[in-house]
Structures are given as structure tokens and as C-alpha cells.
Design a binder for this molecule. Structure first.
Ligand SMILES: Nc1ncnc2c1ncn2[C@@H]1O[C@H](COP(=O)(O)OP(=O)(O)OP(=O)(O)O)[C@@H](O)[C@H]1O
Length: 711
């Protein structure tokens, strides 16, 4: 090419030499890539050909462009073949390859069907909904971020001016002016940053509290089957951990993202203003300073994982030896085990050495690449200063901008996906907010006078929703609880007694048949009204970790203490409550753990009675009440309910309690098998009589055993 340049024929046509040389070079490279047996496969690939294209053609293209734009091309045209330019060609190719392979090609090959990993648009809209009331604050925050980031530019800007002043010492005021402005802007920027951070974090906490409250409320509105299926831990974590994670990510990471984006914008603006050529050089260098530390860092991480694995193996040897010490001792193999442990530790040591070297290499590569970019900028900037294109102060400012620039770009690239992920993860929280409870719409009925007449008409129900015989818990059940009467529901365990109660409480809906209250379908009554009128003492009476007073007045806090004492007396609870350390103010403990099972039950009976219900359901089938207390409680209750003309559905623990009922319904395997009064059913000699006999026999046996014990 050099010879060609001096040939008289080509001398007046430098462009022909330029393009001819480039094409010959490209042809040679491609020819060798395909024919030379030792060439690597990637050289023959599309990427390889692209690299050859950039390597050989970027100079002709660049110079032709300069010529087309009317710029001077003399320097470039006659200097493109120098060693410096050859080296520059390779650097350009590497940078182009990095940009292409890491950013452009992955962007180009993304087909529209490839959805982004997380859908952030929906949760983002929801989050913005929560932010709407504070829109003024967010605008203020953005303005503050903008102003404060602008203020941060003062330091590099005025340092450059100071440098100019030192060199020229022309205007004596310039130095003091620069220093004053620098101090003023930096202080104002710091104050603005403080105000902004404070305002932002307070607002985000408000939003966090609002979201948490809304999720809690949404969860409470769900149907009971939802709580049967969901794990409590998961629900709590959704309300606390997930909302915390989201708000932390948004408070911390979004704020950082905002700061760095604003800083990045200002830096680009100021850098381009200072010198667009140096800015371009900086941008070209960025992929190199990211990629090399990433590669070395990856190598370091791989070894670090191996070190961890090796350490875990050493621990395993130690654990195994210590836990099987008797075997080790009986074979007198202490030395063998020590040797095994030592060998393992030697492996770890060898890996540790590699890890240290890899760590040092990755730190070194990190600083070297950053240093190299800075040197390049300084060198290039220096040539621009000598040419008089920029002042030395501009170069100082630029280098200071550049210091912040790389870290800002890195931070934006790191925080943006993290914020996106956090917004995507908040989808989980909104799932609960969006979930429509699978409940029939609330009824409207709330009659002043309720008789309390319950009728189950051919009710069929299964918890799973499947209606095959195996899944059905209630099969075509028809029964009646007459106003002012006591109806007992008896049967073997798992016959479906409690399920009837749950249906009455409207926790679940029957698959077929209907439940009528005073002749109207149960679901036509208002939910609040229904729960005021029907009081249930269930088997698993749960107390809250609050005072006994709060437990009894649960859901009706306005009721007077006198009424509470009366309810407690009726439930035979007053006496023992008064004996507790703080009486009614004693804490019941977690799940009522501070009081015994029987006491818990009596407190929950008081809780039911305080509402003066029209229908009382006593499900004490597996009750913790002892016989004497059960008898006392029943007596009092029956007296009270008779006075109040209250309907009672009794699921007794002992068959003897059912005797006094006006009507007895016997359930077996989800079906009503018998009904009538105690005497009628005894005469029938069916399942009821069998249950009564069984209980009497076990009662007799217990008595005999007690007698034997005494003897
Ligand atoms: N939440 C639920 N989800 C699924 N199945 C349930 C649920 N609650 C109860 N069951 C099932 O329904 C059937 C009837 O249970 P239920 O508690 O109504 O009987 P029970 O007669 O009250 O029994 P016990 O006297 O033992 O309390 C049982 O087989 C039980 O396993």
C-alpha cells in the first residue's frame, strides 16, 4: 500500500488508494479466514465478517464522510496507514463489537412475542393511583432533585474556572467569584438534597401505610374458604414482608435512580458543552470498563463458590466424625479422620490461594481499565488543549465530570432493573387487592322483630365444591330449629354437625337446597344483622391476646360493664375471672393461652350472650367443660334463653345434655337419620339410643375405674 501510494499513477488519487487498500485488506482477511486450517470458527461466522468489515472499512468510511461534509481530510487521508492508526483500528473494532454484541444485537433479536420478564405496567398504574393524592409532593421532589443535581455540577465547573485563572491570572476577581459560587451552589445543593430526601421518604411511608391497610382490609373481606386454602404465614408475609420489600425498594432504589438519572442528564449536558469529542470518547470507553471487570469478577465468583463448597465438605467431615464419635473411637481411627480433615482443608487452601489471586486480578483489572480510560481522555484532551480547541480549565472540568459519569451510568443501569423488579413484585400485593371475594352479594333484610325460625331444606354441601358422594359432607339435610325452642343436633364424630353451624354463619354456601330464616333465604339478610342475631359458641373458641374484658366485648365495645358482668355470670365465668390477677383486665394471652380450656369456653359463652342474640348456637361437642360446669352453664343458659324467647341449637358434648332439648336431630354421615324427642328416639332404639347407651357404658366404666383406684 505504501509503495502504491508513491506510484505516480496513484499519487493524485488518494481515495482510490484508501478504498483499494481497505478492500484488498478485507479480501485477504476473509480469504485466510476461510482457507487457513488454523483459523477459528467464529472468524468465519457472521460476527467475524462484521469485525473484518469494521476493521478494514471504518477509516475509508470515516474519511469519505469528512470529505462529503466538506471537512479537511488531508491529515487523515495521508496518515491512515500509520502504526498508530492500525492500533486505533483494532480498538475501534473491539469497542464496536462490544456495543454490537451486548446492546444492539440483543435489542434487534428481541422478537415482539418475547414478553418482558415481568409485567410492570399494571402494578405501576396501581402504585401511581396510591401516589395521586401526593402528586404535589412528587412534583416538588422532582424539582428539588433537578435543582440539587444541577448544584452538584458546580464543583467540577468552577474547579475548571479556577484552573483557568491559575494559568492566566487575568481577572483578579475570577478566582474569588469561582470559589464563592462553588461553595454557595454546593451548600444549597446539599440542603435541597436533605429536604428532598426527607419529603420523599415521608411520602413513601405514607403510601406504604396506605397500601398495607388496604391489603389487610381486602384480605379480611375474603370468604372463609379462602382462609382455609391460604397459609396464615403467607398472608402475613404478603401484608408485611412483601409491602415492606416493595416500599423499601421504591423508597431507596427509586430515589437513587432519580438522583443518578438527573445527575447523568446534567453530566452529559455539561460534558457535551465542554467538548463533544471527549464525550464521544468517554462513551466509547464505557463498555470496556464494564466488560473487563465483569469477566474477571465472574472468574472470581466461580472460584469463591468452589471455596464455599470445599469448606462445606470440610464441615461435613467434622460433623460426621463428631456425631459418630463412638464408632471412630471403637475402631481407634482418630488419626485416619484427622488425615481426612487435613486433606480436605488442603483442598480449601489451594482454592483459597486461587481465589485471592482472582480477587487481586479483578480489583487490578477494575482500576486498570478505569485508569486506561482516564489516560486516554487526558491524552486526547491534552491534544485538544495544545490545538487550542478547549482551555485547560475545560479539560480539568471534563475529567471531574467524567469521574462521576461512569458511576452514574453504572448506577442507573443497576437500579433501573431493580426498581422494575420491585414494581413487578408488587403485583403479588395487588393480587389480593383485586381478588373479588366469592360471596353472594350482601342481603338487605334487617327486620326489627326476628322470631329465629331456622329451616334447612334439602341442603347438600361439600367443602371442595365437588358433589360426588365421597366429597359431600351434608346430603339432602332438612331440619328445623323452632323459635324459642331448644333443638339438639347429635351424631358420631365427623357426621357434619359443625358444618351445619358454619352454613348458618354463612361461611360457606350450600351447593343445593336452601336455608331459611323466618321464611326468608339466609343470604337475603344483611351480614352485620345476621351476625348480631346469631351468636355461636364454637368448638374451637378462640380468644385474642387482649384483656378478658376486650374478649367478652369483642365486636360490641360500647356495651356497659354491667351487661358484661351479667353475661359472664350466666356463663359461670364471673367468679373465676374475678379471681384472675387483674380480674377483667387480665390478658388472655396468645390464643387465650393464659386461661384453661374450660375457662376459655366460658368466656366465649359470655361473649356470645352479651349480644342478647335471638339464636344461640352452642357447639360444644368436644368441649373442655367439665360435667359440673357444663351442667351449670346449660341450666343458666336455658333459663335465660327461655326468658328471652331465644332459639337454641345445641350440639352437646354429653348425650345427657340433649335429653332436655325439645327436639333432637340425629345426623349420620351427613344425613338426617332420626329425629324426635328423647323419649321417642329411645323407644325407636336406633342410632340415638345406641349413642346414649355407649355414653352410659363409658360413664359406668369410668366410675368403676375411679372406684378401683380408690380401693
Ligand atoms: N374446612 C374444611 N375443609 C374441608 N373439609 C372439612 C372442613 N371442615 C370439616 N371438614 C370435613 O367435613 C366433615 C364433617 O365435619 P364436621 O366438623 O362438620 O363434623 P362434626 O360432626 O362436627 O364432627 P366433630 O363432632 O368431630 O366436630 C369431616 O369429614 C371433616 O373432615
Amino acid at each position: 500500500i505504501r509503495l502504491a501510494q508513491f506510484s505516480p499513477l496513484l499519487l493524485p488519487h488518494p481515495f482510490i488508494t484508501l478504498w483499494g487498500g481497505a478492500l484488498i485488506r478485507a479480501s485477504f482477511l476473509i480469504f485466510f479466514a476461510f482457507t487457513y486450517p488454523g483459523s477459528l470458527p467464529w472468524m468465519r461466522s457472521f460476527e467475524g465478517l462484521q469485525s473484518v468489515g469494521v476493521l478494514c472499512l471504518h477509516f475509508p468510511v470515516y474519511i469519505s464522510l469528512l470529505w462529503a461534509l466538506g471537512q479537511s481530510t488531508v491529515d487523515e487521508l495521508w496518515g491512515w496507514h500509520s502504526w498508530e492508526r492500525v492500533l486505533q483500528g483494532y480498538v475501534v473494532t473491539v469497542v464496536a463489537w462490544l456495543y454490537w454484541s451486548r446492546y444492539v444485537s440483543s435489542w434487534l433479536t428481541r422478537t415482539p412475542s418475547q414478553k418482558p420478564e415481568v409485567d410492570t405496567s399494571t402494578p405501576l398504574k396501581r402504585l401511581l393511583g396510591y401516589m395521586r393524592p401526593y402528586v404535589g409532593r412528587f412534583v416538588a421532589v422532582l424539582v428539588l432533585v433537578f435543582l440539587s443535581s444541577y448544584g452538584e455540577m458546580a464543583m467540577p465547573q468552577y474547579t475548571g474556572r479556577v484552573a483557568d485563572w491559575i494559568q492566566n491570572e487575568e481577572a483578579p476577581d475570577a478566582f474569588t467569584e469561582a470559589i464563592t459560587m462553588m461553595t454557595l451552589m454546593t451548600v444549597v445543593s446539599a440542603v435541597l438534597e436533605f429536604v428532598c430526601d426527607l419529603m420523599y421518604n415521608v411520602t413513601m411511608s405514607l403510601i406504604h401505610t396506605a397500601v398495607q391497610g388496604a391489603v389487610f382490609q381486602a384480605v379480611l373481606k375474603q370468604e372463609i374458604a379462602f382462609f382455609d386454602a391460604a397459609k396464615t404465614g403467607e398472608l402475613v408475609s404478603r401484608i408485611t414482608t412483601d409491602t415492606n420489600d416493595m416500599s423499601e425498594a421504591l423508597s431507596e432504589k427509586l430515589s437513587l435512580l432519580m438522583w443518578y438519572t438527573a445527575r447523568f442528564g446534567f453530566l452529559v449536558f455539561f460534558m457535551v458543552r465542554q467538548s463533544w469529542k471527549m464525550t464521544l470518547l468517554t462513551c466509547m470507553g464505557l463498555p470496556i470498563i464494564w466488560v473487563i471487570p465483569k469477566l474477571t469478577g465472574h472468574f472470581h465468583q466461580t472460584i469463591a463458590v468452589k471455596v464455599q463448597e470445599s469448606l462445606a465438605k470440610a464441615n461435613q467431615v467434622a460433623t460426621e466424625t463428631f456425631s459418630n464419635m463412638k464408632t471412630v473411637r471403637s475402631f481407634a481411627n482418630e488419626d485416619g479422620e484427622t488425615e481426612r480433615y487435613r486433606r480436605q482443608m488442603e483442598d480449601t487452601y489451594a482454592l483459597n490461594k486461587k481465589e485471592s489471586a482472582a480477587y487481586a486480578a479483578s480489583t487490578w483489572a477494575n482500576s486498570m481499565t478505569t485508569l486506561a480510560l482516564k489516560l486516554c481522555i487526558l491524552y486526547y484532551g491534552g491534544t485538544l488543549v495544545t490545538r487550542g480547541a478547549v482551555s485547560s480549565g475545560d479539560l480539568v472540568s471534563f475529567v471531574l465530570y467524567e469521574l462521576q459519569f461512569a458511576s452514574s451510568v453504572e448506577a442507573v443501569m443497576r437500579y433501573y432493573p431493580e426498581v422494575k423488579k420491585a414494581i413487578g413484585a408488587s403485583q403479588k400485593i395487588f393480587e389480593y387487592l383485586d381478588r373479588k371475594p366469592q360471596l353472594p352479594p350482601d342481603g338487605k333484610l334487617e327486620p326489627e322483630n326476628l322470631k329465629g325460625h331456622i329451616k334447612f331444606k334439602n341442603v347438600t354441601f361439600s367443602y371442595s365444591g365437588k358433589t360426588d358422594d365421597k366429597n359431600l359432607v351434608l346430603k339432602d339435610v332438612s331440619l328445623e330449629v323452632k323459635p324459642g325452642q331448644i333443638t339438639a343436633l347429635v351424631g358420631l364424630n365427623r357426621s357434619g354437625k359443625s358444618t351445619c353451624v358454619k352454613l348458618l354463619e354463612r361461611f360457606y354456601q350450600p351447593q343445593s337446597g336452601e336455608i331459611l330464616l323466618d321464611g326468608q333465604p339466609l343470604q337475603s339478610y344483611k351480614d352485620q344483622y345476621l351476625h348480631d342475631k346469631i351468636a355461636v359458641v364454637s368448638q374451637d373458641c378462640v380468644l385474642f391476646a387482649r384483656s378478658v374484658r376486650e374478649n367478652i366485648k369483642y365486636g360490641c365495645e360500647d356495651i356497659s360493664d354491667e351487661k358484661m358482668y351479667r353475661a359472664a355470670e350466666l356463663a359461670s365465668a364471673h367468679e373465676f375471672i374475678m379471681e384472675l390477677s387483674k380480674g377483667y383486665d387480665t390478658d388472655a394471652g396468645e390464643k387465650g393461652g393464659q386461661v384453661s380450656g374450660g375457662q376459655k369456653q366460658r368466656i366465649s359463652i359470655a361473649r356470645a350472650l352479651i349480644r342478647k342474640p335471638k339464636i344461640l348456637i352452642l357447639d360444644t361437642a368436644t368441649s373442655d367443660l367439665d360435667t359440673e360446669n357444663e351442667h351449670r352453664v346449660y341450666q343458666a343458659l336455658l333459663k335465660e334463653t327461655a326468658a328471652e324467647n331465644c332459639s337454641v341449637l345445641l350440639i352437646p358434648n354429653k348425650m345427657s345434655a340433649a335429653e332436655k332439648a325439645n327436639h333432637i336431630v340425629v345426623l349420620n354421615n351427613g344425613m338426617v337419620v332420626e329425629e324426635g324427642s328423647h323419649d321417642e328416639l329411645m323407644k325407636k332404639d336406633g342410632l340415638y339410643a345406641e349413642l346414649v347407651d355407649k355414653q352410659n357404658m363409658s360413664f359406668q366404666r369410668n366410675k368403676e375405674e375411679e372406684g378401683n383406684d380408690i380401693q
